[in-house]
Design a protein around this ligand. Structure first.
Ligand SMILES: [Zn+2]
Length: 328
């Protein structure tokens, strides 16, 4: 079901919400936030690079009486195309400073490397029992890099956990590194209002996908730790990167923790009843008839859950004919 992208609106305390449509079935838009800072504006996230998204930013700013030329800083919450995709174009047009977490800066070349991504997906897929015909379709689907995610440039400035981004007049954004959904993910906390800009870390209705990738040890473990950490930080009014504003971020975070607990339990039981590859578990855990993109995300999410069960000693693995089999 398709929903209308909401209108841009001011949220008070110098914060403005400018939603930008995305070329996906879900999520259908990204929330960018224009925050008044030092006589200008800081923009948090920018959406994918396509004309509808670019126009939505222009229209949203105009509707709110804001001037895009005032944007002196673009901060991205993490390195996914729906957040960083348009960065090169915006930085070029507006001449603004570009800020991300230091880990993101290290991953820019990987973000720009589509063939490398396909190779990693194929290795992960064949190691975890994905049928060969589906692996072939991955190669076909991803043969050309989508136009909405052109190459991005490295940042002008990087931040680390605990750093602050100054907004002027004794106000700042505190950087909280929240790896899990993506290694470089950051949330920002407004020192004046206590509002959390949660990126994709805490979302209403959906739980952010935790994708397995080579070089990661336990991304789901990182995600759960990052969520629990926020619960110790008075997480109340939360402005997420997708969907509607969240009144009680702490309650939403607890729901997401429960969701993962349940899924971990279900997958552990499934593997206890019969040894399984990650592909077997994915097929039994998710609804049938997923689109290719949905199937890819569901599969990588399944590997993350199984690897977390292994990392926490609840499952073992063995290699059978070059394929990883999970067992009790
Ligand atoms: Zn997102």
């Amino acid at each position: 079901m398709s929903e209308a992208v909401p209108e841009a609106q001011s949220l008070g305390s110098g914060v403005h919400l400018v939603p930008a449509p995305l070329p996906f079935k879900s999520p259908q838009w990204v929330n960018t936030y224009a925050i008044e800072a030092d006589g200008g504006l800081l923009l948090l996230d920018c959406g994918t690079d396509w004309e509808a998204g670019r126009q939505a930013l222009r229209d949203g700013f105009r509707r709110l009486g804001l001037d895009e030329a005032q944007v002196h800083t673009l901060v991205v919450s993490h390195l996914h195309p729906d957040h960083v995709g348009m960065s090169a174009r915006l930085v070029g047009e507006l001449g603004c400073r570009f800020v991300m977490h230091e880990r993101a800066a290290q991953l820019v070349s990987r973000y720009n490397d589509t063939p490398g991504y396909v190779e990693r997906l194929l290795r992960i897929g064949s190691a975890h029992g994905v049928p060969a015909r589906l692996l072939d379709s991955v190669t076909e689907d991803l043969a050309t890099r989508p136009g909405y995610m052109p190459m991005i440039e490295p940042p002008d400035h990087t931040v680390l956990d605990g750093d602050t981004i100054d907004l002027g007049a004794g106000r700042w954004l505190e950087v909280i590194h929240t790896p899990g959904h993506e290694q470089s993910h950051i949330c920002l906390r407004d020192s004046r209002t206590g509002v959390f800009f949660s990126g994709d870390h805490v979302l209403p209705r959906i739980s952010p996908v935790i994708m397995w990738d080579e070089g990661l040890e336990d991304p789901l473990g990182s995600y759960l730790t990052s969520l629990e950490r926020l619960l110790g930080m008075e997480l109340k009014l939360t402005y997420p990167a997708h969907g509607t504003l969240i009144e009680r971020g702490d309650e939403r975070a607890r729901q997401i923790l429960l969701h993962h607990d349940r899924r971990l339990l279900d997958m552990a039981e499934l593997v206890s009843s019969h040894d399984s590859t990650a592909w077997d578990v994915m097929v039994e855990s998710f609804r049938p008839n997923l689109t290719p993109i949905e199937a890819r995300l569901a599969f990588l999410e399944t590997v993350s859950h199984l690897e977390h069960l292994r990392a926490t000693g609840r499952l073992n693995t063995e290699q059978r004919d070059g394929v990883v089999v999970f067992r009790r």
